[in-house]
Unconditional design. Structure first.
Length: 148
C-alpha cells in the first residue's frame, strides 16, 4: 500500500500537470480569439475598401485602376480564406487542449479521492489501535486493582 507521503507527491505532480494543461488550453483559446479578431478586422477592411472603390468608380475610374483595385480585393479575399483556415486549425488545437486538460483533471481528482480514502483508512486503523491500547491499559489497571 502506498504511503500518504508518496500519494501526496503523486498528487502534487498531477496538480502541476493539471495546471500546465490548463495554461496550454488558455493559450490555445487566446490564440483562437486573436485569429478570430484578425479575421474580423480583415473582413471589415475589405468592406471599407469595397465602399471606397464604389465611391471612386462613381466619380470615374480608368480600367487600369479598376483592375488594380480588383486585384487587391482578390488578395484580401485570399487573406480571409487563409485566416479561416488558421481559425479552423486553432479550433482543433483548442479542443485537443481542452480534452487533455479534462482528462488530466479527472486523473488528479482520482488521485485526490484515493488519497482521501487512504487517509480515512489510516485514521480508522489508528483509532482502532488507540482503542486497543486504552483497552489494554484499562485491563492492566483493573488487574493491578484486583491484585492489590
Amino acid at each position: 500500500m502506498a504511503s500518504l507521503s508518496q500519494l501526496e507527491l503523486v498528487l502534487g505532480i498531477e496538480r502541476k500537470k493539471d495546471e500546465a494543461l490548463a495554461r496550454q488550453y488558455q493559450q490555445a483559446k487566446d490564440h483562437l480569439f486573436a485569429n478570430q479578431q484578425k479575421l474580423s478586422s480583415l473582413e471589415q477592411y475589405r468592406l471599407d475598401y469595397l465602399k471606397l472603390i464604389r465611391q471612386k468608380a462613381s466619380e470615374g475610374l480608368n480600367a487600369k485602376a479598376l483592375i488594380q483595385h480588383q486585384s487587391f480585393v482578390g488578395k484580401l479575399d485570399k487573406a480571409c480564406e487563409q485566416q479561416v483556415e488558421l481559425i479552423n486549425q486553432a479550433v482543433l488545437v483548442s479542443n485537443q487542449r481542452k480534452e487533455q486538460w479534462l482528462t488530466q483533471q479527472a486523473k488528479t481528482q482520482a488521485v485526490a479521492k484515493f488519497m482521501d480514502k487512504q487517509k480515512q483508512k489510516q485514521a480508522l486503523i489508528e483509532s482502532k489501535n488507540e482503542q486497543k491500547l486504552f483497552d489494554e491499559l484499562s485491563s492492566l489497571a483493573q488487574y493491578k486493582r484486583a491484585i492489590s
